[in-house]
Design a protein around this ligand. Structure first.
Ligand code: GDG
Length: 480
């Protein structure tokens, strides 16, 4: 099938929205990945002439571009060494810790930076190849911060937006990065930059003032004219991401999910209180703090099995990065100790699941849990908190939410906690368990209203409207 080779709307993210699956007879199939970004982009892509540029997940040569689910997918090749250096190294062992309050120390390696630059350039070249004249280009996340300026260099005619899924660090932490100026200059190639919270956008603007000497006013950064290029103004503001409320709410209402939720409770011995945690196994998520609080509540006798049980789903993540290996060992040692001291035959105190599950199972778990524990030390947004609320069409359950998540800035009816304050966290968990059902219902109703009114479509529409309304670029004016 002949296909147009350029597109009016181009998305770029580290990963393509599909996973390669090899069937029983060796045939290759592409399955949509379950992530929130994919669902979000579905509604944006619908009715548009769209392409998605990203890594297909295997190292070495990339497959030829192909059509999948109404989208043109353009794979970018990444070698095994680049996975180590650009992805595991610079993205996840340098940027991720710096952007999450240095919960673990960041590691700086010059070869990682070089690979990051090289892979970002490859992404920019692929975007320049598929973008039609005047196209809208939406770049995602911290792995691709150099892409906006690289695309602008190659294609001054396109409109470029970038969205930061993770926090943007305070200027004192950002300052540690040996490549801070290059990163800021890379981002400033965009016309519009979207962040999860206002504080993230402000951190970015402040970093531009301090490290580039740029002039800033409110949400804008103005770059002086340079080498014949006219002055440009870039806007940075908050557009908090959300979930597909309608789709997930409908899933949680299906008889299959409701029956499965009841089955989960029964198979756990029908506890009076089921506590739940669902996270990628990441040190930012506060899993250790949560376990410590729970262990102390059991030791103090303020909670006891089998009345209470705790299910922790810890989805495998970044398993080759040292800090993640260490975290896994610590979490598994702690879970073993808690179960050794407080479990009984047939009723462990913690059900720890280092696995990933289908969407239906996640919805059933959310529906089954009395208290959802979302206790990150730092998190851009945290979609799990919004997903939990979305699944509770019965207005049941209670959400314990860390003040260090983006979600807290919207979900004010949650039981707020500071996960560093173990005593406070224990009190909050007890309060979430002990609050009267009718009061919890009132809180849950308000939380659901907030997420329903600010779903993922609202997020995408707001981002694109801001990109459209971004300060007009002089290049465009000259062309017109
Ligand atoms: C980054 C930012 C920001 C998890 N385990 C399974 C599974 N999940 C799904 C959850 C949720 C998603 O993965 C995780 O999203 P979070 O927002 O909680 O966290 P990050 O992965 O760190 O995401 C974050 C987000 O980007 C979006 O901008 O909110 O702050 O760090 O959707 O449900 N899904 C399935 N099985 C699992 O086992 N199906």
């Amino acid at each position: 099938m002949a296909r147009r080779t350029t597109f009016d709307f181009v998305i770029a993210a580290n990963r393509l929205p599909v996973d390669r699956v090899v069937g029983p007879d060796g045939e290759v199939e592409w399955h949509r990945s379950p992530g929130g970004l994919v669902t979000a982009m579905d509604s944006v892509m619908r009715g548009r002439d769209g392409a998605w540029v990203g890594w297909a997940g295997d190292t070495g040569d990339a497959p030829e571009p192909f059509d999948e689910a109404g989208m043109w997918l353009h794979p970018v090749p990444v070698s095994a060494e680049e996975v180590e250096q650009y992805y595991e190294g610079f993205s996840n062992d340098t940027l991720w810790p710096i952007y999450h309050d240095v919960i673990v120390p960041a590691r700086f390696r010059r070869v990682w930076w070089q690979a990051y630059e090289r892979v970002n350039r490859r992404f920019a070249e692929a975007i320049a190849e598929v973008a039609a004249k005047g196209a809208v280009v939406w770049v995602h996340d911290y792995q691709l911060q150099l892409v906006p300026a690289m695309v602008r260099e190659l294609r001054p005619d396109v409109r470029i937006g970038w969205f930061d899924h993770i926090p943007f660090p305070p200027v004192e932490l950002f300052a540690q990065l040996p490549w801070r100026q290059q990163l800021l200059t890379g981002l400033l190639g965009a016309d519009y930059l979207g962040f999860q919270r206002q504080a993230d956008a402000q951190n970015f603007v402040r970093a531009c003032r301090q490290h580039l000497g740029a002039s800033t006013k409110g949400e804008t950064v103005t770059l002086p004219s340079d080498e014949g290029r006219p002055q440009r103004t870039v806007r940075a503001s908050a557009v908090p991401i959300s979930v597909d409320f309608e789709g997930l709410d409908a899933l949680a209402r299906t008889p299959e999910v409701q029956e499965r939720a009841a089955e989960i409770r029964a198979s756990l011995g029908s506890p009076k209180t089921l506590l739940l945690g669902v996270d990628r196994l990441d040190y930012t998520k506060g899993i250790r703090h949560r376990l410590k609080a729970y262990e102390e509540l059991l030791a103090d006798g303020r909670l006891s099995t089998p009345d209470v049980t705790f299910v922790q789903v810890a989805t495998p993540s970044r398993e080759r990065v040292e800090a993640y290996k260490q975290l896994r060992t610590e979490v598994e040692t702690t879970v073993g100790r808690i179960n050794g001291n407080h479990g009984a035959i047939g009723s462990p105190a913690v059900h720890y699941l280092h696995q990933s599950y289908p969407r239906e199972e996640m919805a059933a778990l959310f529906l089954a849990a009395d208290v959802m524990l979302v206790t990150p030390l730092r998190d851009g947004m945290n979609l799990v908190a919004k997903e939990y609320v979305t699944c509770r069409h019965d207005n049941g359950g209670a959400l314990v939410l860390s003040e260090f998540t983006g979600a807290w800035h919207e979900l004010h009816q949650a039981f707020v906690c500071n996960p560093h304050d173990i005593e406070g966290l224990k009190q909050t968990i007890l309060r979430a368990i002990g609050t009267e059902a009718k009061d919890k219902e009132r809180l849950m109703r308000a939380l659901r209203r907030r997420v329903a009114d600010h779903d993922v479509r609202v997020w995408a529409d707001r981002f694109l409207a801001n990109l459209e309304a971004a300060p007009e670029r002089p290049e465009r004016r000259r062309d017109a």
